[in-house]
Design a protein around this ligand. Structure first.
Ligand SMILES: O=C(O)CCC(=O)C(=O)O
Length: 228
């Protein structure tokens, strides 16, 4: 499936979709497909989308391997004084000592395993940073989701680089500006795609993966991060 961009900036939704389709249909060389990069036209953000970061067979292989080999867990988080189970499974892998705290939950890193290291090396190369940790989320079906947030925890540093890799069922990634409520955008995160967020993006924008009533296959998302 090809990516669809739409939002409220720069041309109609159908024009942009057609443009993405045309670009992808003319690019058949594997290396060029891998390098195809689309920049999201958003103010106060620095976000690139690589729709074909992995090819279909790589994506399928990593999805199967990670589904089986990752130590998935379902943690409770505290929201507005109430303890709730997260609506998805999660895992945190990384270098020794690189723990991560969000929503009053601290995750200690599980040591890297080969498929994660393979993906990390590829993500490092395209991002121009050396990631030292990764948060994995498993969305079992359309009831699993992630609420509005920015990746702005102190251990990520001032302007974090976040490499977000998707495997499995396509889910909608929604963005909204934190201060100008008229600014919104959406990207369909297809299997094998990488979304790279950097610069001041997390200061100005929030993102979420909403629940969906559409039938959707399980999806794994990996957000590679640099913990200080
Ligand atoms: O599943 C996704 O694409 C989003 C993940 C995310 O927002 C996060 O890990 O902070």
């Amino acid at each position: 499936m090809h990516p669809t961009f739409y939002g409220n900036s720069g041309g109609s939704r159908s024009q942009r979709h057609l443009h993405s389709e045309l670009v992808l249909n003319f690019i058949n060389l594997p290396l060029l497909r891998y390098m195809l990069k689309l920049s999201l036209p958003l103010p106060d953000a620095d976000i690139q989308f690589y729709p074909n970061f992995l090819n279909v067979s790589e994506s399928d292989r990593f999805l199967t391997e990670l589904t089986q080999r990752i130590q998935w867990r379902q943690d409770a988080i505290t929201l507005f004084g109430r303890s709730l189970l997260q609506p998805r499974l999660t895992a945190w892998y990384g270098d020794p000592g690189k723990s991560y705290t969000y929503s009053n939950l601290t995750m200690m890193p599980t040591p890297w395993i080969p498929p994660l290291l393979d993906l990390k090396v590829k993500a490092d190369a395209i991002s121009g940073v050396v990631y030292n940790s990764v948060l994995l989320n498993l969305y079992r079906d359309g009831n699993d989701s992630m609420g509005w947030h920015s990746d702005d925890e102190p251990e990520l540093g001032h302007n974090p680089v976040i490499g977000s890799l998707s495997l499995g069922g396509t889910r909608r990634f929604m963005l909204r500006h934190r201060f100008d409520k008229t600014l919104k955008h959406q990207v369909e995160l297809t299997s094998g795609s990488l979304l790279l967020m950097r610069g001041a993006t997390q200061h100005h924008w929030q993102h979420q993966i909403p629940k969906t009533k559409r039938p959707v296959s399980p999806r794994i998302n990996l957000t590679f991060r640099v913990i200080g």
